[in-house]
Design a protein. Structure first.
Length: 169
């Protein structure tokens, strides 16, 4: 449970504001993930990227079954919901690997394309959650098909990035 840490009166509104500290378990989880993504050695970053590729490959190989669980299930594999996927924080990992690439310009361009498809896949999967209650013509299923196309393109750019880093995947 959250504990009361500090009670600060808001001088201009006359309303008191409660500032709560996070549960210690949640705080430890958040801190460990920030460190895990933020302070990786080059070897750890490369290993993390290879594991992220395996997560995306698993998503594509089992897309029908995974997407039947809904957009959030797809987003879990993309690393945008939860923190269990190796895709979680992947853009930060790629920024750390930029200097290791054969051609920093090609790597940066491929990384930007990868990110664009990641965000498009995330957006389509997220939108699928609300399609039933929307007046838009898209359906949940059609948005998940769109998300898969974006994941396929995203994976292609992950392959280009791996080649730049001399990774066997």
């Amino acid at each position: 449970m959250n504990q009361l840490q500090l009670l600060v009166p808001a001088a201009f509104t006359g309303i008191s504001t409660l500032i709560l500290s996070p549960d210690p378990v949640e705080a430890a989880l958040m801190d460990s993930n920030v460190e895990q993504v933020g302070k990786l050695t080059t070897k750890e970053a490369k290993d993390r990227f290879k594991l992220a590729i395996l997560d995306v490959d698993e998503l594509l190989a089992n897309y029908g079954e995974i997407s039947n669980g809904g957009g959030d299930n797809v987003r879990r594999y993309l690393g945008t919901v939860g923190i269990k996927s190796h895709m979680y924080g992947i853009t930060k990992v790629l920024k750390e690997l930029r200097e290791e690439a054969d051609d920093i310009i090609e790597f940066t361009e491929a990384s930007n394309e990868f990110e664009a498809y990641l965000f498009q896949a995330e957006g389509a999967a997220y939108s699928s959650l609300f399609a039933e209650h929307s007046s838009a013509k898209s359906t949940s299923a059609s948005l998940l098909v769109t998300a898969k196309k974006d994941v396929v393109n995203m994976r292609r750019f992950m392959g280009d990035l791996a080649t730049q880093l001399h990774l066997d995947v």
